[in-house]
Design a protein around this ligand. Sequence first.
Ligand SMILES: Cc1ncc(COP(=O)(O)O)c(C=O)c1O
Length: 410
Amino acid sequence: MEKDWPSGFPGINWLGRQEEEAVADVVRKGALFRYYGPQSPTHVDQLEEYARTFYDVDHALAVNSGTGALFTAMSALGVGPGTEVIVPALLWVATVTAVIQNNAIPVLCEVDRSFNMDPEDLEKKITPRTKLIAVVHMAGTPCDMDAIMRIANKHNIPVLEDCAQCNGGSFRKRKVGTFGKVGMYSLQINKNVTAGEGGLLVTNDEKLYTRLVAAHDLGVPWKKGLPDETGEVCFWGQGRRMGELAGAVANIQLRKLSHVIAHMKASKQRIKDMLGHMEGVSFRRLNDPDGDTGPFLILMFDKESHAGGVAQHLTNGGIDNVFHLSNYGLHIYHNIRSLVEKVPLSPAGNPWSLSQNSDSLFEYGKGTCPTSDDLFERSVIVTIPSRLTDEQELEMTQAIKNAIVANVTS
Ligand SMILES: Cc1ncc(COP(=O)(O)O)c(C=O)c1O
């Protein structure tokens, strides 16, 4: 592949003078912290204000990472001993880590051919101890939020939307992250837009927002820039504030998100159109093609050996970040060894050894989600870099075609 192939990390392909200026502004003024010290209209405040409009929500809170956002949200929602959180079989380890760190029990749910949470299996996984449904809009595309919210509302269980990999995506014209009780986005380097590290939480629930503010800092809510030490919310905080340097970059990047997505989606569509119909290959189902954000293409085959061969062929040919899905690291539940082996949080034990969790007898090894296992074994995920030229799109399409011809159709 060409040496000047654009980065597979979408947002950084659009970093430019505006981000540079914003960071320089923070440094020049020495205004590095949003809450006190030298002050100017803070970049983090501006980011949150823009986020409220962009996502069309009442409240937005910037935090220091996507993982931080998950920890903060679960803590604020009361996830803890004696509770279960339903998570999909395809995720990133961060989502399950937040459950474990809050001493609750993760419960795995199958994914369907959209590679997102299967609503039918979701309903089967609900127990009297289910405290939260944590959906993950995986690999750029939205879950079926109509079906998921119908089930969640029927059982009166709150939904957390992990939109780390689908920032700016939508389902039936509504932004992901705004269907459930709380939504989170990651601004890490490999996300649709980035500040290097960073996260955002959104909610329309005023009470929850107060708890999120308290949880993201030191357990007390901030009022008018000062901690309200007499405030009604008083629990343990986590030190997950966003700094002004990250805020300065994120505030610019978020304003570019729709443009980045439009570019990625169009590129992926052209590649799909050029690939056309190929015997023995199908594309991942999209729950809402309009709401896709475009950074990944998932190809499904009839046999495991076909998927393995195609992934290897593309990797050998110099295409970066292509994976046979069952080898997709800590995105696949059974690859998370600490989960499979129920590794303790401390020498004193782990969530599974707590008496409050003794009714939650779940396992996590391969075979726990057989439908998902079968999909993972027969599929390949290809990263579509965010700023491909026409020639590079053609080159990538040809590489995929060659891999398929060599491993499937020949
Ligand atoms: C699905 C998902 N959730 C959560 C996270 C965590 O975000 P961060 O890396 O910002 O902590 C990631 C990031 O890789 C992710 O892909």
